[in-house]
Design a protein around this ligand. Structure first.
Ligand SMILES: *[C@@H]1O[C@H](CO)[C@@H](O)[C@H](O)[C@H]1NC(C)=O
Ligand SMILES: *[C@@H]1O[C@H](CO)[C@@H](O)[C@H](O)[C@H]1NC(C)=O
Ligand SMILES: *[C@@H]1O[C@H](CO)[C@@H](O)[C@H](O)[C@H]1NC(C)=O
Ligand SMILES: *[C@@H]1O[C@H](CO)[C@@H](O)[C@H](O)[C@H]1NC(C)=O
Ligand SMILES: *[C@@H]1O[C@H](CO)[C@@H](O)[C@H](O)[C@H]1NC(C)=O
Ligand SMILES: CC(=O)N[C@H]1CO[C@H](CO)[C@@H](O)[C@@H]1O
Length: 586
């Protein structure tokens, strides 16, 4: 036996040792762009000693099982409905195969990275290590440059293409920062501040008892929304267990004093109510700099869900990269930072709202997939995750593809297109509500139609016929899923009331109604709703007000038109809390 072991050892040595030394140089391109992402320009080569936090996403060995479990626990017709997973259970499903861990460790060792010095996520599926640009360039067979955003003058260190050793194919899903330039937009662009909609008189308390068609059609307040979506008589009863999370990015700060002013004016019973701030990865909490997006989000999430505890997550890739300063550490990978943080918490909120997004085509597919799978994990933990659907209808600007072909195409918005989130479009007016013309909607080019949605999108596509053929993807995930009011929101910013529009108003509004439903379920000893879509597209759809008019022009077209049933302007419709309460209570 000893003899044969020696022979095997010798054979292994002979077969493996030589290729071992070389195999890390045998690269295959992982992702590349054909052009510098629009809006960015080349500034110059990245300094070789610039340090970055490199994130490596390893292949999650039982991801298929995670996703099938997500569908089971989210489907009201399934016996496992509501049996959400713990952090440990999710981590076991996303853990990489031991072969993957071993291979990646030897790759890192080859580059003199001590595997014990790196940070691993709870599931071991993400590795974070600090590297210099020079080292990242060797590992990924690439060259990094400094790029400058022409409008914001923001600088990032990125590359147009990166590679991985061929032997790691199927073991590493994504490496960041590489080709994702991350121009995450707030879904309240400044063009949607509405100076033409006169804010309410700042000397008068503005609280209406019922939805007032005349008032609530032009200006929107918590009273309007609570009456319209029928949450006004509900008293939250599970505030010790139920909570609501709002994610903020890009140095947007939610202001404490503005919230009190807002409450005094629009929700006097909530005066003294507050939110907590969690600062992530350099995200700050600058009270001297109130953000429009952040204030809109917290004022309306609390304006509806009060006294449910609300948390504002301030996530930043800060400090910003300054090309001339020495050794700045900058990554600007906010989605990954937030997901890795939240997925590592034992207790999470039951409801989240985010009002940021990018044109899907500007997000590298491997990166989009990893982020979307992160939302699937959070959903399987029992979280309902809302994203605003975008403020450019079927697409803003030139609407051409960035694959070098400049083909005209509608431009869907990510993460709204991720099938594991609930995308929220916008309406306006009351009795009836109508789809608003900026409401982002369409079909993904990255994610295929999820099973919960096929009947809904097929019916819409049948009615559409050949219109817009070639401009959108018939087999893609359709969005938004639902809608809520999206313009004329009265928001206090720096002590002043302003009228604000955007799907960034719709997402916290819809999410706040869901948060109250979660309160209702939890206070009755039931599981929270978790990933909403399988419910919304089945038994839940009768708890939504179907919006049947309005359209979302863009890309030099009239866009899609709202109709009976699901449509890519308003989804399945706006919430009716009373009806939803009856449906989930069964
Ligand atoms: C809200 O919380 C912040 C941070 O803890 C605090 O500074 C502020 O005074 C609080 N506001 C009220 C009204 O309690
Ligand atoms: C930047 O990187 C250096 C060197 O690794 C580290 O000591 C420092 O704490 C980092 N700064 C920040 C703000 O992360
Ligand atoms: C695509 O359009 C951009 C500007 O919109 C232009 O810079 C580029 O050269 C065009 N590419 C092709 C292949 O036509
Ligand atoms: C949307 O409607 C507003 C107000 O009615 C109008 O000013 C704007 O031009 C419209 N936008 C588009 C893209 O049609
Ligand atoms: C259309 O969407 C599917 C996913 O459903 C994708 O595989 C395909 O590449 C997309 N087509 C285009 C032209 O983007
Ligand atoms: C709840 C949870 O998963 N916590 C983990 C967070 O990550 C550290 C390692 O970085 C683990 O030790 C914890 O168990």
């Amino acid at each position: 036996m000893i003899w044969s072991a020696v022979v095997v050892f010798a054979l292994v040595q002979r077969c493996v040792s030589k290729p071992l030394a070389k195999r890390w140089d045998d690269f295959a391109v992982k992702h590349s762009w054909t052009e510098i992402p629009r809006g960015w320009e080349l500034h110059g080569p990245a300094p070789a000693d610039h340090s970055m936090d490199m994130r490596i996403g390893l292949k999650q060995d039982r991801l298929d099982e995670l996703i099938s479990t997500l569908y089971k626990v989210s489907d009201p017709a399934h016996e496992r409905y509501g049996a959400h997973l713990s952090a440990e259970e999710v981590q076991a499903l996303v853990a990489p195969h031991p072969n993957t861990l071993g291979l990646v460790d030897s790759w890192l060792t080859h580059y003199d990275v001590d595997p014990s010095s790196i940070h691993r996520s709870g599931g071991k599926d993400w590795i974070t290590l600090r590297v210099s640009v020079a080292q990242a360039e060797r590992m990924l067979g690439t060259k990094y440059n400094v790029y400058r955003h022409s409008k914001t003058s923001e600088y990032v260190v990125r590359t147009l293409s990166y590679s991985l050793p061929t032997i790691l194919t199927g073991h590493v899903d994504v490496v960041a920062p590489t080709t994702y330039f991350g121009t995450m937009r707030s879904m309240k662009s400044t063009s949607f501040k509405q100076p033409n909609i006169k804010p309410v008189d700042s000397d008068v308390n503005f609280v209406v008892d019922a939805v007032d068609a005349k008032t609530c059609s032009s200006i929107v307040t918590p009273s309007c929304l609570r009456a319209l979506y029928k949450t006004d008589s509900y008293k939250p009863a599970a505030t010790d267990k139920n909570s609501f999370g709002i994610t903020g990015y890009l140095e947007e700060y939610a202001n404490f004093a503005d919230l009190q002013t807002f409450f005094k004016k629009f929700r006097p019973d909530a005066v003294g109510g507050n939110f907590t701030v969690v600062e992530l990865n350099g995200g700050k909490n600058d009270q001297s700099n109130p953000g429009t997006e952040a204030n809109l989000d917290v004022q309306y999430s609390l304006g509806i869900s009060y006294p449910t505890p609300n948390t504002y997550y301030s996530t930043d890739g800060s400090p910003p990269f300054k090309p001339d300063a020495n050794a700045p550490n900058n990554t600007n990978e906010p989605y990954l930072d937030w997901l890795n943080f939240i997925l590592n918490q034992t207790t999470i909120s039951q409801t989240y709202s985010t009002s940021y997004g990018d044109d899907e085509q500007t997000v590298p597919p491997d990166y989009a997939n990893s982020v979307c799978n992160g939302f699937a994990q959070l959903g399987s933990r029992g979280a309902s995750i809302m994203f605003s659907s975008g403020d450019s209808g079927v697409g803003g600007g030139a609407c051409t593809t960035n694959d070098g072909k400049n083909k005209t195409q509608f431009l869907p918005s990510f993460p709204a297109t991720c099938p594991f989130v609930t995308a929220v479009g916008a309406t306006t007016q009351v009795n009836p509500e109508v789809g608003i013309n900026f409401s982002g909607g369409g079909f993904s080019n990255y994610f295929s139609t999820p099973p919960y949605q096929t009947a809904a999108t097929e019916a819409f596509l049948k009615s559409l016929g050949t219109k817009y053929s070639g401009l959108y993807n018939k087999t893609g995930r359709g969005y938004p899923d639902v809608a809520a009011q999206g313009q004329g929101f009265q928001v206090v910013i720096g002590g002043q009331i302003q009228s604000i529009a955007g799907t960034s108003a719709s997402s916290p509004t819809f999410a706040a109604v869901i948060s109250l439903l979660n309160d209702y379920l939890i206070s009755n000893g039931k599981s929270p709703l978790g990933f909403l879509n399988p419910f919304l597209y089945s038994t839940g759809s009768s708890g939504l007000n179907d919006i049947t008019s309005g359209s979302n022009p863009g890309c030099s077209t009239k866009g899609f038109t709202a109709r009976a049933g699901w449509d890519p302007v308003t989804g399945l419709g706006t919430p009716d809390f009373g009806k939803l309460q009856a449906l989930v209570g069964k």
